[in-house]
Design a binder for this molecule. Structure first.
Ligand code: AMO
Length: 435
């Protein structure tokens, strides 16, 4: 166990507070029970040193309580008979584990292994694991199977400008921006419901609280499905994740709240979102933002400061379906038969937002090889670079749909963390590629 509180006691006795992943415990160390050398080690060892302690578990002496008042439940301690020091921690530490930390995010991230020992940070990453576990469980219960697509690729899925080039033997290749093309090819191969949780790389020069250059994308792809079908999969999955966390992981939320309260921040409450989530179509969203007196035109992107206006009405999860085709990638289905006033310019692409922040993009896909080829030409991509992909649609192709969800952003809204760097173990941004 780790020493987490300074040693108390001099002379013949000493108390140390220990912790490991199962909890914390006081050790009572007394001259005579252990050797003089062991007693000295216990009295002088630095915080965060690790020990192996053998001894007997005993009830601690109960605290004094005013007459007539009930005693609190008994507490236990270990009365040590043998102490082995496993590793002495160096001093001073770059940041404290049990004290209030006054250092900035860079120092914390440089020393992430220590930062992680802090209770609320540790809880954050346990919750991250739960999100993935409950998400996986839910999709498997709906008949999805997990796939893994290559991360070394030769063609851009999400536009050619934000690729990280790499040398692949004697040719050029890139780090994958998303599993998009491969999850679709898996569906073309009769794996009708697939999901993937894997890294995506974007060479974007953003420096914001919600962009990283490497992030984990939680993707699905589903045959015989429309945009509406996969939005429903997503809302069921998110609602399941929230409900499982509420039922099973309140202690992790409590650890985060203990810290938030100490920082005078509102504690977080896990409210299971009711389904269906609201749908605010792109056209409605533009109108709503314009009605708030904010300048935005049909065809503009809905940026975070625009979404602030939507968040006044929709503060939690809501979908924004039916984006203009011109704003969506070539693989999205262009709904030319859509008969609204937009003259057939809409697509079956959607986003999921939580308040101001985008969590997901998705949509129904174009499944006709000739239209896909034209779509590539329309956005100045060379169809020859996409032969391996277009070929997948030449021999029968089911209509299909899917989405990609940013895991770090979902954890950010669950835990009230104000920055995705908080929710990624070792974040990668423009300035950071270590540790
Ligand atoms: P998109 O590019 O919108 O769509 O990405 C999907 C989701 O991934 C998250 N995300 C990011 N998170 C952190 N840093 C970034 N730089 C970053 N970029 C994206 C966001 C976003 O909503 N192929 C499509 C998905 C699909 O249609 O299936 C895609 O990748 O939460």
């Amino acid at each position: 166990m780790w020493i987490c509180r300074s040693n108390r006691g001099k002379g013949a006795v000493c108390f140390i507070k220990l912790r490991d992943g199962t909890g914390s415990l006081q050790a009572f160390i007394k001259k005579g029970n252990v050797s003089d050398e062991e007693l000295e080690i216990a009295q002088t060892a630095s915080r965060e040193s690790t020990f192996q302690i053998t001894g007997e578990i005993a009830k601690k002496r109960p605290p004094k309580v005013p007459e007539g008042e009930p005693l609190p439940p008994p507490e236990y301690e270990i009365v040590a008979s043998k102490i082995i020091i496993l590793s002495l921690a160096e001093t001073p530490m770059p940041l404290g584990v049990t004290d209030k930390v006054e250092v900035g995010m860079d120092v914390r991230l440089d020393n992430r292994f220590l930062d992680l020992r802090r209770k609320h940070i540790n809880a954050m990453f346990k919750l991250r694991s739960r999100i993935l576990q409950y998400g996986r469980e839910h999709l498997i219960s709906e008949g999805f199977g997990e796939i893994n697509s290559p991360k070394i690729i030769a063609a851009a899925a999400e536009g050619g400008t934000n690729l990280f080039p790499i040398k692949y033997f004697d040719r050029d290749a890139y780090l994958s921006q998303s599993p998009q093309l491969y999850k679709q090819l898996a569906v073309m191969g009769n794996l009708e419901r697939v999901f993937e949780i894997g890294p995506a790389f974007r060479a974007e020069k953003h420096d914001t609280y919600r962009h990283l250059n490497e992030f984990i994308s939680f993707d699905i792809e589903m045959a015989w499905a429309s945009d509406e079908d996969v939005m429903q999969v997503q809302e069921r999955m998110i609602s399941h994740i929230w409900s499982e966390i509420k039922s099973n992981d309140q202690s992790l939320i409590d650890d985060i709240n203990e810290f938030r309260v100490s920082e005078e921040k509102e504690p977080i409450v896990v409210n299971v979102p009711s389904i269906p989530f609201p749908r605010v179509s792109y056209c409605e969203a533009i109108e709503l933002i314009q009605n708030k007196g904010i300048e935005i035109n049909w065809g503009d992107d809905i940026e975070a400061h625009h979404a602030d206006m939507l968040a006044e009405k929709y503060s939690e999860f809501y979908f924004i379906p039916k984006w203009p085709m011109a704003m969506k990638p070539f693989y999205i289905f262009h709904d030319k038969n859509e008969t609204s006033a937009t003259g057939g310019q809409l697509s079956r692409g959607f986003d999921l937002n939580y308040g101001r922040d985008e969590m997901t993009s998705g949509g129904q896909r174009e499944h006709r090889a000739d239209v896909l080829t034209q779509n590539l030409i329309d956005v100045d991509l060379n169809p020859d670079d996409f032969d391996f992909y277009i070929d997948g649609f030449r021999y029968g192709a089911p209509p299909h749909a899917g989405w990609g969800l940013g895991v770090a952003r979902l954890l950010m809204v669950l835990t009230g963390a104000g920055n995705v760097r908080e929710t990624v173990l070792f974040p990668r941004d423009r300035r950071r590629c270590t540790p």
